[in-house]
Design a protein around this ligand. Structure first.
Ligand code: ADP
Ligand code: ADP
Ligand code: ZN
Length: 214
């Protein structure tokens, strides 16, 4: 049976961390629209050029661009057995477009999981975040340091990077965008009987166990 999930939650809530674990566990891909956009910015594609300033300001990239990206991505072979959407949809128009896209591809959503973390915790989560440049494994200055300093636990890589938008000023704009534009999706999916809520303000492994149970 295919597994089709949406992981929702505020910036820094742990979506990427958990999506990577579910990807490993169930063999279904993490579809992170933030990662797709950052790759486009790095490659200097037309979408990347359009998105960069918007991302740096902590605002949302246009629905048209995002829907186009996801439409193409869902057609790739690795999505046949399911997928974990991480960071999409982020607006009601995106959610409505996703419903149409999935219907046209004969796919059905199984669940939408909200990882809840209070705003007060998110600034520290985000400003301490860094990533292995080689394999993308996520780390945190306080909550998840590499076992050996300077060396990635997963791939042994020695270069790490921090996101341009992971600074205290941009975080405020991203949180505001989350509450104004993305939070309305929670009642949208609750109304469809798809929503599950998980307390994300706990140890990463405990959160993972709850997600696996769902
Ligand atoms: P998101 O994808 O929702 O923006 P991330 O998964 O990148 O969030 O997590 C943000 C930061 O917080 C990362 O540095 C990550 O290592 C850390 N983190 C994730 N989950 C937890 C947790 N349960 N407790 C403490 N820190 C966490
Ligand atoms: P977060 O850690 O805040 O959850 P993401 O990596 O998901 O961050 O997204 C980073 C930035 O990319 C967002 O602040 C936004 O500018 C843009 N972005 C990602 N996904 C979307 C989307 N579905 N719609 C609009 N903008 C998006
Ligand atoms: Zn690595």
């Amino acid at each position: 049976m295919a597994k089709r999930l949406i992981l929702m939650g505020p910036p820094g809530g742990g979506k990427g961390t958990q999506a990577k674990r579910l990807q490993e566990r169930y063999g279904i891909p993490q579809l992170s629209t933030g990662d797709m956009l950052r790759a486009a910015v790095k490659a200097g594609t037309p979408i990347g050029k359009q998105a960069k300033a918007v991302m740096d300001a902590g605002q949302l990239v246009s629905d048209d661009i995002m829907i186009g990206l996801i439409d193409e991505r869902l057609d790739q072979a690795d999505c046949k057995a399911g997928f974990i959407l991480d960071g999409f949809p982020r607006t009601i128009p995106q959610a409505e477009a996703l419903d149409k896209l999935l219907a046209s591809k004969n796919m059905k959503l199984d669940s939408v999981i909200e990882v809840q973390v209070p705003d007060a915790k998110l600034v520290e989560r985000i400003t301490g975040r860094f990533t292995c440049s080689t394999c993308g494994e996520g780390y945190h200055d306080t909550f998840k340091q590499p076992k050996k300093a300077g060396l990635c636990d997963v791939c042994g890589g020695t270069t790490f990077s921090r996101r341009a938008d992971d600074n205290a000023e941009t975080v405020a704009a991203r949180l505001a965008a989350y509450h104004a534009q993305t939070a309305p999706l929670l009642p949208y999916y609750e109304g469809k009987g798809l929503l599950h809520v998980v307390d994300g303000d706990r140890d990463m492994d405990v959160v993972t166990a709850d997600l696996e149970a769902i």
